[in-house]
Design a protein around this ligand. Structure first.
Ligand SMILES: [Zn+2]
Length: 265
């Protein structure tokens, strides 16, 4: 047995023990208030994931009582621990990777709550690319994520202002900047494309300023993400409210969101 499998099994054991220890019944409440058996909901990913992120993400040592709320939550449930929010995103992305999406219809009851306000548990900065939709790749519902999208997923003035609102007013305590593979904006910003319409050329120019050291597109993608992460970590509103800012790259081919911390060089 290799080390990775040992870690996976150890983590799996923790999950099983936590489940047994906290007395949670093996049922979850689907959005339509029907009850489904756990066996009917495949989520192999949840016990296969944490070791992939052990250097980056601090998952709770013991899952909180009612851990299945990682899968289901009412729109007005407040998640004020950024690590719990991150674990919820990781669990959702694993469901996406394994084609094990939850039935996530927004019900009449959900809409009644949504009509009274919003309580997004995470804020996402991601690309405008049509293949990169955070509510889908994180398997979340309407009201769960506060999303800022632009070509190249960078923290420009509009994005920063929007995120200050989500942190200071809506109470979001986690910001994730998500770049992606095969990003046209990064490819052209890195390649120094010229002769484009003015606004587009200006956008690519601002992205290029964030990726001065990258030698290829993959590095440029990660450097762009982490440059925006650093900008947001230095933001006074983010600091004041203790929000966690992390970077990631969404792989269009595999569907997996890979969390990054350091530049690859
Ligand atoms: Zn893109």
């Amino acid at each position: 047995m290799n080390i990775k499998k040992s870690v996976v099994l150890a983590v799996a054991s923790v999950f099983v023990l936590a489940l047994a220890g906290c007395g949670v019944s093996h049922t979850v409440h689907a959005p339509d208030n029907t009850v489904q058996s756990m066996a009917a909901i495949e989520m192999p990913s949840i016990i296969e994931t944490p070791d992939d992120y052990e250097d980056i993400v601090t998952l709770p040592d013991v899952l909180p009582e009612g851990w299945y709320e990682f899968l289901h939550r009412a729109p007005d449930e407040i998640i004020d621990d950024p690590n719990v929010a991150l674990a919820m995103l990781i669990a959702g992305n694993e469901r996406f990777v394994y084609d094990a999406l939850m039935p996530r219809n927004t019900t009449l009851a959900d809409r009644d709550i949504n009509a009274t306000g919003q309580w997004p548990f995470a804020s996402i900065v991601t690309c405008a690319d049509s293949r990169v939709a955070p509510e889908l790749y994180f398997d979340q519902k309407v009201g769960d994520l506060f999303v800022v999208r632009n070509a190249g997923n960078f923290a420009d003035e509009t994005a920063i202002g929007s995120l200050e609102f989500s942190v200071a007013v809506l109470g979001s305590r986690l910001i994730v900047v998500v770049g992606h593979t095969d990003c046209g904006a990064i490819i052209h910003a890195h390649g120094g494309t010229t002769g484009l319409p003015t606004a587009l050329q200006n956008t690519l120019g601002r992205i290029a300023e964030l990726i001065p050291y990258a030698t290829d597109v993959e590095e440029a993608t990660r450097e762009g993400v982490m440059s925006s992460v650093e900008i947001l970590r230095a933001n006074e509103v983010v600091i004041e409210h203790g929000a966690l800012v992390v970077g990631a790259v969404f792989d269009i081919e595999t569907g997996r969101v890979i969390f990054i911390e350091d530049l690859p060089y």
